[in-house]
Design a protein around this ligand. Structure first.
Ligand SMILES: NC(=O)c1ccc[n+]([C@@H]2O[C@H](COP(=O)([O-])OP(=O)(O)OC[C@H]3O[C@@H](n4cnc5c(N)ncnc54)[C@H](O)[C@@H]3O)[C@@H](O)[C@H]2O)c1
Length: 452
């Protein structure tokens, strides 16, 4: 060893010794995802059934585009009563009330419009079983915490949280209050996603090795609108260079791989391109006196991450909402016997005489269509996002009425949202790997089935 190498290894050894004193090994230290050391296990909420509810009483916080669209779904589900509505804009609540009247809902909801924290009063009501929030991202965690602390189950739009501390807050509060916190990941209920899930479980793909997930959706026009998401979503593009919206693609792939039910996300590496999409859009379309010219966009147009699971599976995860491109969530799964990729859907299985060509998926529908789609499909298809929203709304109500465990729990909400902050860290560190916290506190290895 020459002198330089000797000095380097001595420095490494003393740094390592210091970290070892803190109980942290040096290989791990480079990727500590969070200042928090998980507290000793409270009782897990995994697989905990709901108490049975004859009627499911739902309060909605945030009656903007998404809140009203989910209201519309719930108005079509039997045994649901919408008992309270909340928004900082009274006209939005009024629009929701009118929808309820038109649908013949026989119950007048309580209304909360007095300000940004009016949801706290809503959560204290005693005629609410589930508080669903479809607010801008920064309000998801405060609303969920207020709901659970007041003894209500919480349901949130995606992503549930965008810091690791907030992910942990949801987990801690769900466990302490014994209330569920469900992230309403509608894409897990998509027709193709549930078809493929059935085929994975029937063993058609063999042992699952890899998956692909994305939210690739040109939102440039929406991000620059002076209403709805344009009022708050573009702001995130001035703050974080990361995958801002990881859950739509990742949730279904997590189901294919039984993540948190036998496998878990272990670590992630991430890189972003430079930003240009929003800057060019503004240049071409925004009047020169617009306040939007004060903004500086930092989110790279395309973010690509790779996640490795504890069982050695690899997931490609993409985010691009600022480039001209067709919509895609990738939605792929690959195993030892075959592969499926979506957008457009296509499939390939091993055979004695490989022809190396994709096939259509239609021939698999008769046998493998998910029972939820078989029974609800016709009604669902008239609803939002091709029907997945209705299937999700119906299924949550079924779980609450029949006393089943929810399909997706707080550990899923935390793990599927975590690539947001983890990708930010990795991007800022030249793509170094960062570890996922184990939100299940070690219970991920217990094999279970979601949607059992
Ligand atoms: N799952 C999906 O397919 C899907 C689709 C669209 C949006 N979303 C999610 O839904 C959420 C809402 O998006 P959107 O498109 O409806 O946006 P939006 O801007 O149309 O609606 C947000 C609403 O929240 C209200 N609001 C803001 N702060 C509030 C507070 N403190 N208390 C009560 N109300 C408050 C706003 O006035 C607005 O009416 C976001 O998290 C978004 O990511 C999910």
């Amino acid at each position: 060893m020459d002198r330089r190498e000797l000095l380097k290894s001595a420095a490494a050894a003393s740094a390592g010794a210091a970290l070892t004193q803190l109980g942290i090994d040096d290989a791990h230290a480079a990727s500590i995802p969070d200042s928090r050391i998980p507290i000793p296990a409270a009782d897990s909420m995994a697989g905990v059934p709901f108490a049975r509810h004859d009627t499911v009483r739902i309060a909605i916080v945030g009656t903007g585009l998404r809140g009203r669209s989910m209201l519309n779904e719930w108005l079509g589900v039997d045994n649901v009563r919408i008992t309270a509505l909340c928004d900082i804009v009274p006209e939005k609540v009024e629009q929701a009330r009118q929808m309820m009247r038109r649908a013949g809902h026989d119950h007048e909801p309580a209304v909360f419009t007095s300000g940004e924290r009016a949801f706290e009063e809503l959560c204290r009501r005693d005629d609410v079983d589930l508080v669903y929030t479809a607010t801008p991202w920064q309000w998801h965690v405060p609303v969920c915490l207020a709901a659970m602390n007041a003894g209500k189950h919480a349901a949130t739009e995606v992503p549930a949280a965008y810091t690791l501390d907030d992910c942990w807050r949801l987990v801690d509060t769900s466990e302490r209050t014994r209330r569920h916190c469900i992230m309403m990941e509608n894409c897990n209920y998509g027709y193709n996603e549930l078809l493929v899930l059935q085929m994975v479980r029937a063993g058609l793909f063999g042992e699952i090795k890899a998956g692909g997930a994305a939210y690739n959706h040109d939102l440039r026009a929406i991000l620059f609108e002076n209403r709805d998401e344009g009022l708050w979503r573009r702001d995130h593009h001035t703050k974080r260079n990361a995958n801002l919206y990881p859950t739509h693609g990742l949730g279904p792939v997590a189901f294919y791989m039984d993540v948190n039910r036998g496998d878990r996300f272990d670590y992630l590496v991430s890189m972003s391109t430079e930003e240009a999409g929003l800057t060019e859009w503004r240049e071409a379309r925004e009047p020169k006196d617009s306040p939007k010219w004060k903004e500086r966009y930092v989110t790279g147009d395309l973010n690509r991450s790779l996640i490795r699971t504890a069982k050695g599976r690899v997931i490609l995860l993409e985010h691009d909402v600022t480039s001209p491109r067709p919509y895609s969530r990738i939605n792929s799964v690959q195993g030892t016997k075959g592969i499926f990729e979506d957008y457009p859907p296509r499939i390939y299985f091993d055979s004695a005489r490989p022809d190396h060509r994709w096939k259509a998926i239609d021939e698999f529908k008769a046998e493998h269509e998910h029972p939820l789609w078989r029974s609800l499909g016709e009604k669902a298809r008239s609803g939002g996002h091709g029907g997945m929203d209705y299937v999700m709304a119906w299924r949550l109500v079924q779980c609450m009425r029949e006393g089943l465990a929810p399909d997706m729990d707080v550990y899923d909400a935390a793990a599927w949202s975590a690539p947001g902050p983890l990708s930010e860290r990795s991007v800022a560190n030249r793509g170094r790997s960062v570890d996922f916290p184990d939100f299940t506190r070690g219970r991920w290895s217990i094999a279970r089935r979601s949607m059992a």
